[in-house]
Design a protein around this ligand. Structure first.
Ligand code: 5GP
Length: 195
């Protein structure tokens, strides 16, 4: 993408837990230095490979609720008994810098963003099937059986809501899905520049 472009773009990327959103995001970050991740805040406990300020800002419930009261989030939700939210500061910084900021968030938060910011580019990453999604959730070995069951139930609901997104991309081949998403972002970013 052209580094002289001045106007930033907000991209919302959703998809069920285990569908490969984080892998896709990491690949996009390697492909283009203008693509930046939005680091969310959460009250969930860090997983063993997660880093504060990089994977998430890990907050206590009290601190998170104070930030809600202070209007620091552009969206937040309760998901699987924890809070997750996108901080205004994360998005504003990159939009001002003319970058592409990618929010990897679940469907309810995405619906809030889509109605508040109709210009946002929204993409839903669809797993090839629920059986494959279940396999991926088990294989990553980060969640217990109860969590996996809850996440599969949430996934079914999320896939049904995929119609609110501007684009749905099936992740049956990672390279292909990444390339498709990158092309969608590129076209959208250049169209925003000429508006
Ligand atoms: P996980 O616990 O697996 O990291 O995330 C659970 C779900 O929360 C995922 O679908 C993830 O994309 C979503 N999520 C992460 N950050 C945010 C956020 O700031 N807002 C919303 N609405 N969802 C988020």
């Amino acid at each position: 993408m052209n580094s002289t472009d001045a106007k930033g773009v907000m991209v919302v990327l959703s998809g069920p837990s285990g569908c490969g959103k984080d892998t896709v995001l990491n690949r996009l970050l390697e492909m283009d230095s203008r693509i930046k991740p939005s680091v969310s805040a959460t009250t969930r406990k860090p997983r063993c490979d997660e880093i504060e300020g990089f994977s998430y800002y890990f907050l206590t419930k009290d601190v998170f609720e104070q930030k809600i009261e202070d209007g620091e989030f552009i969206e937040y939700v309760q998901y699987d008994n924890n809070y997750y939210g996108t901080l205004k500061t994360e998005v504003e910084r990159e939009i001002r810098a003319g970058n592409v900021i990618v929010l990897v968030i679940e469907v309810k938060g995405a619906a809030n963003i889509i109605s508040k910011y109709p210009d946002a580019l929204s993409i839903f990453l669809m797993p090839p099937s629920t059986t494959i999604l279940e396999e991926r959730l088990r294989n990553r070995g980060t969640d217990d059986e109860n969590t996996i069951k809850k996440r599969l139930a949430i996934a079914a609901d999320e896939m049904e809501k995929s119609r609110i997104y501007k684009h749905v991309v099936v992740n049956d081949d990672l390279d292909k899905a990444v390339r498709t998403i990158y092309d969608i972002i590129k076209v959208y970013a250049s169209a925003s520049q000429t508006e």
